[in-house]
Design a protein around this ligand. Structure first.
Ligand SMILES: [Zn+2]
Length: 116
């Protein structure tokens, strides 16, 4: 588990959640940045969307985490109810992935900043 919230670009601690961008790269690794450092990373990465990463702790990232969890729960629940156990479990796990990343972002990077 990472200690503190250190920007992955400049190595300086991020002072507040307002300046924090937690980025998910290809839906797996989480990287914290200052908002300005993330903007510079995006400029450097250009059109290579696969390496640019997606912010998950602001508007759109929060929405996709909730929507993914909801779709996974409803879709997986329906499939399980219809007797398709393997497909239902698969949809539940896929749907839970984004909410789990969002939760890890909160626990690892955002909560320490909220404590001060
Ligand atoms: Zn930085």
């Amino acid at each position: 588990m990472p200690s503190g919230t250190i920007c992955q670009r400049c190595g300086v601690p991020v002072p507040s959640t307002g300046d924090l961008m937690v980025v998910s790269v290809l839906g797996f690794s989480l990287r914290p940045y200052h908002a300005a450092c993330y903007a510079r990373e995006q400029q450097r990465a250009g059109h290579h969307f696969l390496t640019r990463g997606t912010p998950i702790n602001h508007g759109w990232g929060n929405f996709t985490a909730w929507a993914s969890g909801l779709v996974g729960a409803v879709g997986g629940g329906l499939l399980l109810g219809l007797g398709s156990v393997a497909e239902g479990v698969l949809i539940l796990l896929v749907g839970a992935w984004q909410p789990v990343l969002r939760l890890l972002s909160y626990l690892w990077y955002e909560r320490p900043l909220l404590r001060g």
